[in-house]
Design a protein around this ligand. Sequence first.
Ligand SMILES: O=C(O)CCC(=O)C(=O)O
Ligand SMILES: [Fe+2]
Length: 536
Amino acid sequence: MEPKGETQWSSIIVLSVQEMVKEKIITTVPPRYVQSGVVEDSDLLTEIPIIDMKQLCSFTSMDSDSEVQKLNLACNEFGFFQAQLCLYGHLQLVNHGVDPSFLDITKCEIQDFFNLPMEEKKKFWQQPNEMEGFGQAFVVSEDQKLDWADMFFFIVQPVELRKPHLFPKLHLPFRDTLEMYSAQVKSIAKILIAKMGEALQIKPEETEDLFGDDMLQSMRMNYYPPCPEPHQVIGLTPHSDAVALTILLQVNEVEGLQIKKDGKWVSIKPLPNAFIVNVGDILEPPHLDIGEPLAAGVEPSSIAMFVIRSSYSSYPPGSVSLRRKLVVVSRSSCLSLYGSSTTRPNIFWGVPQTVEFLAGYSRCSSSMSLSCYVYLSRDEYPSRSGVDACHPNGTAPHQPDPSPSPPPASPVLSPKFPFLHRASSVVLAISRQAVCSEPEDASDFVSTIFRGADWIITNGTYKSIEHRAVVNSEKERLSIATFHYPGLYKEISPSKSLVEKQQKGANFRSLTTKDYLKGLFSSELYGKTYLDAMRI
Ligand SMILES: O=C(O)CCC(=O)C(=O)O
Ligand SMILES: [Fe+2]
């Protein structure tokens, strides 16, 4: 397999934060790293469920069952109120069978790797139109805020996808160490996925097929330098991992990982030599609560703002016509709601980019914002192109609203609507009222979208958790995340046996891991927006 092209993801090349901190005595944070929402101190500490791998794999069914049950129970702790099994997004893994002295060696060598002289590291730096190597990921615009971190990202498995100038060129014994680490972590991932499948009563053939020998594995080593103003920056932007399963190891003793629990950021205190396992988006459920239509005359309770960026779209231009279904709220009213607690933070406004199109519909409840996206072809919203005049400090200058034009005659998008289209940054607001103003159309519109959302493997069962990394003023922090995905050409879709069991009659979409990743890496990282964007 030709590695190039298959995994041709890219991120704009940026300077090394580690180098910047090393070379200059930095007393204030350069503007590009200053985040608009100052990172607040979190005294909250959470203990995440601990799963004992030895017990999980035990042949004594009693032990093994109870550990599988623990996996299930983890969900209740998170309080995701569904009668189904859910898995708490992060858990710690002990007794995982990886020799602690081997882990110590791995950690030391990762530290040495980041401490190589810049001349050496340059050989492994990202190249134009590449994502792998040293750098940052998800940088899609020259004005985008940057994380206070350097990373080294690369595909490890399958071997034929390794970039020739990266992994094979790593020095020894580091390369061998990583090779062994990769194999050991992969086998843990396989066991965990099999056990999750068992707990969910997914047919073993299904998980084995998806996560077989061709399973994709990548690694991301993170280096977070100390920062003179740690509350002004973010080490790693909030996100959920767009993978199936992440196995994370803290490389040094410095804490910084936080997860979002009940709407608050809480720190995780890792156990020594435990892996932190994180359920990714590919196993995450869609939220199907679409809410009640508003009664006539009732003001909309919420307006949602969304950004969708894209570098590609897979639907034929002009094939979608939803305009008649939606009334676009003026950008001024959108802005007046901007910053309210029911809308997402303002990061969306800070990134000027070319604009394609789109419309979104959302119902914001008090607890969470439910969202979905509908994409309109560019020529349906020509006047929206003013949106790219966003002001970098987080407020967008008001643009005149588009003048209404006659609604196109074509029908609401079909459930077969080709999927995966990420347009350049655009924010539109659609009021619930607007959607509800034409009840028939609205329900058609909404149900079409939500039917389409049923596509991720656990079909509404497991939960990926938003997390981030924060930094401190004293000490660098390092971690290594190993991501696991189905094979590059495997179709990601809800498990068939699970769908049958749940009798939901899901009308789900599927797409290959390759397309999924292509969409992912063409956008800025932010919270669960990628997953949300896939909910069409
Ligand atoms: O550094 C950490 O603890 C988190 C890393 C992470 O979430 C990631 O690499 O996806
Ligand atoms: Fe992550």
